[in-house]
Design a binder for this molecule. Structure first.
Ligand code: COA
Length: 258
């Protein structure tokens, strides 16, 4: 198993901090330790004058399979101070441009994080899903507010109640992604856009982003807190425990009793 230090890679150069999910053997699923590392990175990048733009990327075949399900069983977040919630607040309030390059599956928080990014580039193999209900859970990351806002209520209900994946072209159509490119070009496209942003006056970027999100950020933080309380409670309820056990045991969950 890879160490926490190598599960998240960070490289900062010419004002661009590139954060890479690097746990490919587990489909870049995210552990508590990784959330803590990510939260620290975003909190530091917000005030680090060496960082003008952040790019979040995964592998050419997988962005992220979302929360590590073994961790949900063994080490679930129990308060809103948990690293996952700290990361979500850091991303939702991140003042500088945030870009993502997404190839392959982006599951759960792998998709909901994108609603907090300013620019998103997707490989044509990208598959977005928010299967919270299938896991006995509810939306997080402000997605119960942001997904209907972007997709419209009925498509949001489809995405969040059925939890089935939607693909790059559909994400482009609703405006979740800016451009669809061949997977092998995705990271380079995001870097090229990041270089353009890094050359602009940071004060103007920060003020423009603040105004774009004026009124929204406080509503998102409030919704995230409400979602977080439900999410923490539901993690220990029988439906979720059955879903997590079924995933670990590589069997279909049985929700008949719930
Ligand atoms: N948590 C923990 N382990 C995970 C994981 C997750 N979220 N997603 C994948 N893995 C592990 C698998 O258990 C498997 O481990 P193993 O090799 O030790 O058996 C390995 O990563 C490869 O996963 P696999 O399912 O075989 O890959 P795939 O290419 O067939 O499917 C996904 C990829 C992402 C579609 C699938 O792994 C998946 O649906 N994962 C769960 C997503 C999820 O529900 N996340 C929680 C959202 S809140």
């Amino acid at each position: 198993m890879s160490t926490p230090n190598t599960d998240i890679l960070v490289h900062t150069e010419a004002g661009i901090s590139t954060i890479t999910f690097n746990r490919v053997d587990k489909k870049n699923s995210i552990t508590t330790t990784m959330y803590a590392t990510l939260a620290d990175l975003f909190e530091a990048a917000a005030t680090d004058s060496a960082v003008r733009v952040v790019v979040l990327q995964g592998d050419v075949a997988v962005f992220s399979a979302g929360n590590d399900i073994g961790d949900f069983l063994a080490n679930p977040p129990s308060t809103l101070d948990a690293p996952v919630f700290r990361l979500l607040r850091a991303v939702a309030t991140f003042p500088k441009p945030l870009l993502a390059a997404v190839c392959g599956p982006a599951v759960g928080i792998g998709t909901t994080l994108l609603f907090h990014c300013d620019l998103v580039y997707a490989g044509d193999n990208a598959a977005f899903s928010m299967p919270f209900v299938n896991l006995g859970l509810c939306p997080e990351a402000g997605s119960s507010l942001l997904v209907p806002q972007m997709l419209g209520y009925h498509r949001a209900a489809e995405a969040l109640l059925l939890g089935e994946p939607f693909f790059a072209e559909a994400a482009l159509e609703v405006g979740l992604v800016n451009r669809v490119v061949p997977p092998t070009e995705c990271n380079a496209v995001a870097q090229a856009q990041a270089r353009k942003l890094a050359a602009k006056p940071l004060s103007a970027l920060v003020e423009t982003k603040r105004l774009l999100k004026l009124g929204l950020t406080s509503a998102v933080l409030e919704r995230m807190a409400q979602e977080g309380q439900s999410f923490v409670r539901m993690l220990s309820e029988p439906a979720a425990r059955e879903a997590f056990s079924a995933f670990m045991e590589k069997r279909r969950p049985d929700f008949q009793a719930f």
